[in-house]
Design a protein around this ligand. Structure first.
Ligand SMILES: NC(=O)C1=CN([C@@H]2O[C@H](COP(=O)(O)OP(=O)(O)OC[C@H]3O[C@@H](n4cnc5c(N)ncnc54)[C@H](OP(=O)(O)O)[C@@H]3O)[C@@H](O)[C@H]2O)C=CC1
Ligand SMILES: Nc1nc(=O)c2c([nH]1)NC[C@@H]1CN(c3ccc(C(=O)N[C@@H](CCC(=O)O)C(=O)O)cc3)C=[N+]21
Length: 294
């Protein structure tokens, strides 16, 4: 088994981003600027947003965190998004998910100017991605592609099975792996809770991407010898062993699956760290105007 080391790869790419950010700042007289909106006080979301902000500082971006209590209305949130859309000092905007039930995530996503949509969730970015046109690619699948690229994992002609079809991970992942690009050119099967005989599908895969949200969902019996296994899952459990008071688990039974996999990502230390890198890269592109001219 070889480890797909998110710590190592993310640190390396962040060094490159830092150099490019400095060049941007020297030329334009301002730093790339990311705004993250957080509604409510979900523990996981707090951690991720804090990490995004910290990483922005690290690479020389400006970051602003706007926080609202759960009782903010959809109209108020959208009004704020429209204000940010008009602000030329802000390059990228993300609204952390999940949102409270009374706010429609689709409406919020579509309210964001697609040229500032560094999460890549806007239908314009999604459509452009599907067409292989320049666009913002959702951070998690983007990070996974960067990881596959870094380790020069052969993907062309391979059978990839993605488990989970969410808008933010599984669905865009399946599009990227199937695209005519490198990494890419996989034969992709996208599976979900209504898939018949999911175990057999996963067992046939050369590349497995697990994005379900259930601890130990992918077991050693489900994985082919020599498969590449990408674990997106972040499952938090209370624990007295750690000082944070919780422990993270992926969707893959790491210890057992590592015995069979040729390559595997750990949790923590894998895809999560690459997600941050995907977001930073998108924010830099937004500032430079390389995808959508300013
Ligand atoms: N590391 C990172 O950077 C990130 C990690 N995550 C983590 O990844 C995991 C998935 O997140 P996300 O994609 O947002 O999750 P969602 O809850 O939006 O989607 C889960 C998907 O898994 C499918 N699923 C659920 N149960 C089963 C089952 N028993 N058999 C087959 N399929 C099943 C669902 O199927 P159906 O559509 O039929 O309901 C759905 O498509 C979570 O643990 C999340 O915390 C998420 C984003 C980034
Ligand atoms: N609009 C929006 N955009 C997102 O990108 C988004 C979102 N909403 N909602 C939730 C998911 C989840 N997500 C993660 C980001 C970083 C780590 C991460 O850094 N993980 C570290 C450890 C984190 C820790 O220690 O808690 C790791 O896996 O090593 C994980 C998960 C982004 N998401």
């Amino acid at each position: 088994m070889n480890l797909l080391d998110g710590k190592l790869v993310s640190a390396k790419i962040k060094e490159d981003i830092k150099v490019e950010a400095a060049a941007f700042t020297a030329q334009s007289g301002r730093k790339p600027h990311l705004v993250a909106i957080l509604v409510g006080n979900d523990g996981g979301s707090e951690t991720y947003v804090a990490s995004k902000m910290r990483n922005c500082e690290l690479v020389g971006f400006e970051s602003t965190n706007i926080r609202y209590t759960v009782d903010i209305t959809e109209a108020e949130l959208i009004a704020k998004i429209e204000e940010i859309n008009q602000d030329p000092t802000i390059d990228g905007l993300i609204v952390q998910l999940p949102l409270p039930k009374h706010i429609d995530p689709d409406k919020v996503t579509e309210a964001i100017d697609y040229r500032k949509d560094v999460d890549g969730f806007h239908p314009i970015n999604l459509g452009r991605m599907q067409r292989n046109l320049p666009c913002f690619i959702p951070a998690t699948p983007y990070g996974i592609m960067l990881m596959l690229d870094h380790y020069k994992i052969e993907t062309a002609g391979k059978k990839a099975v993605v488990v989970g079809r969410s808008n933010i991970v599984g669905s865009p992942m399946s599009i990227l792996l199937a695209r005519n690009s490198n990494p890419g050119n996989c034969t992709v099967t996208l599976t979900h809770s209504r898939t018949a005989n999911l175990e057999a599908e996963v067992l046939a895969a050369d590349i497995v991407v697990a994005a379900i949200g259930r601890k130990n969902f992918v077991t050693a019996e489900m994985v082919k010898e020599g498969a590449v296994v990408i674990d997106v899952g972040i499952n938090r459990e209370d624990s007295t062993e750690t000082k944070s008071g919780f422990k993270l688990y992926g969707d893959v039974d790491f210890e057992a699956v590592a015995q069979k996999a040729s390559w595997i990502t750990p949790v923590p230390g894998g895809v999560g760290l690459m997600t941050i890198v995907g977001l930073l890269k998108n924010t830099l592109e937004a500032a430079k105007g390389t995808i959508y001219a300013k």
